[in-house]
Design a protein around this ligand. Structure first.
Ligand SMILES: [Zn+2]
Length: 217
């Protein structure tokens, strides 16, 4: 029974399979599977192994046939599936801490970088270099290792952006109910919202309401 006068907590369905992929990097999109961390408006879209795989397929971390292979391989192994999910969330929060430090232009603690490097080293044990479209890339085959197939490309995306991207363009959405990470690729380097039509408009509506309230009061 819930306490009288308290609204029931409504958990909206997960949008893991349809979230906007606006981060500009796979690693940022992965962190954006959770919104408004630490606030009452917090929304978690990765809730279990199934929702994780919905996002993996949606964000094209691997081809659908590989996703199907993983789902089939773990369908009768809930504990293994749970472990994969837990490790994925650990990696996501690690990347999120790195991303928010970058967005706030704070130096990255060596501990976080060590953890990311260690994750990459572990994944690499299961990777193969293969030619794709004229250059060599790491291929993570789930038939060799399921965890590396899921986390390998995401970890590599985080490392690649740290080593090759203009980190000063890392942003955290100014939306009160958002906090998504993204790369600002605008010319004037002043993008504030993950998406204008979502968070930008919400802020506009809020500003109008506050102005109206100000006039009435
Ligand atoms: Zn936003």
């Amino acid at each position: 029974m819930r306490a009288p006068g308290k609204a029931p907590t409504v958990v909206a369905p997960s949008r893991a399979g349809s979230l906007d992929l606006v981060g500009g990097e796979l690693a940022w999109d992965f962190t954006n599977t959770s919104s408004a961390r630490g606030s009452p408006a917090h929304q978690e879209h990765l809730r279990d192994f199934d929702t994780l795989m919905q996002w993996v397929e949606h964000a094209r971390v691997m081809p659908p046939s590989d996703c199907a292979h993983i789902r089939a391989a773990l369908s009768h192994h809930p504990r293994r599936a749970r472990r994969v999910f837990d490790r994925a969330i650990e990696l996501r929060e690690l990347i999120w801490m790195i991303g928010t430090a970058l967005a706030e232009q704070r130096p990255l603690p060596a501990r976080l970088l060590d953890l990311l490097s260690a994750a990459h080293a572990e994944n690499l044990r299961h990777a193969e270099m293969r030619m794709r479209l004229g250059s060599y890339i790491f291929v993570f085959d789930p038939r060799r290792d399921i965890l590396a197939a899921i986390l390998g490309p995401i970890t590599l995306s985080a490392l690649t952006l740290l080593m090759e991207k203009d980190l000063l363009r890392t942003r955290r959405c100014a939306g009160q109910e958002c906090g998504w990470l993204f790369f600002d690729t605008t010319k004037n380097n002043r993008r504030r919202w993950c998406e204008m039509r979502v968070c930008g408009n919400r802020a506009k509506v809020r500003a109008i309401r506050e102005r109206q309230r100000g006039r009435m009061g």
